[in-house]
Design a protein around this ligand. Sequence first.
Ligand SMILES: *Cc1c(COP(=O)(O)O)cnc(C)c1O
Length: 369
Amino acid sequence: MHVPLVDLRAQYLPLKSEIMAAFEDILDSMQLFIGPRQKTFERQFAAFCGCEHGVSVSNGTDALALALRACEIGPGDEVITVSNTFIATVEAVAMVGARPVFVDIDPETHLMDWRQLEQALSPRSKAILPVHLYGHAAEMGPIVEFARAHGLRIIEDASQAHGATYNGQRVGSLGDIGCFSLYFSKNLGAYGEAGICTTNDAVLAERMRMIRDHGSRVKYHHELMGVNCRMDEMQAAVLLVKMPHLEEWNAARRACAHTYNEQLRDVVKAVPVECSWGTHVYCYYVIQVDERDRFVKAMQESGVGVNIHYPVPIHLQPACASYGFQPGSLPATEEVTKHIVSLPMYPELTSEQIQYVVDKVRKHARAGD
Ligand SMILES: *Cc1c(COP(=O)(O)O)cnc(C)c1O
């Protein structure tokens, strides 16, 4: 048997005729940008998150940069975030000319440790950018409280957490702006590049709409220096077909994760934690093992797709060399990086496939004892 890390075709096949019909419709009308589907998707996705406004964009990285720009964060400003994330979180900060300042993670949850915010604070701090990593909400209560006490904006990187909740509230609605990637392998994915920002702040929403379309409300009238980061109508069509399935897909991911948890808890170093405050939506299912590299090789040889999210923490990447972070500066982040492995995770996994993965993990995690 071969079990891939993700299987996009398994999701596509039952939706194929609906998606093709929508593509045909768009091409017949030739309304390719800021069309009816994109507007409907914005409304539906914002409502899903418990937000008033949705601003669709070209990808998740642009969503983050657009949110920062709308909050008027730029050169000379600092944004407090985590290093245990995909590079895009930090790239967005760099794209607007601001400087990333890292806090370490809680080693149990792999999420931002709000207890360290105080020491990251400076007169230049303008925003906190927590990441709902792997599909689990960061501990937003104390983060929001800290931000409000110090006049900081909160921009959520919810790119791995479509539908995840914190104390019953959906991520994307917990700070000033929520940013989502709609990359094809996320919990909700287009068939190309796409992303969306959510907010309850009408002023920020309007500013984001303007900036994403060359700084204009009316064509060829540019009120401010913007960018082009619009979503196209073909991607919106795919997202509208998929949107009604998101909750059932997240439930399937959770069921699969719970089977993995029960069957693997006794043989691996750690299975994912679900905190009392949140509903985990398992964009990635990440365990920790000893002798990780040997384990990864053995799993691949057994036909199981595995991956590492992420093998090198962002503060130690060559791209960040100019900031001058040293190894040892974020000990919890650096430690988990050595042990993490992601197992196959997608809603269409069959019980036979799940059992096969479980059997192989039990075999290869034990071989290292
Ligand atoms: C995928 C992802 C992004 C970037 O999204 P793109 O759509 O690929 O630009 C940003 N942050 C996190 C945490 C992600 O997982």
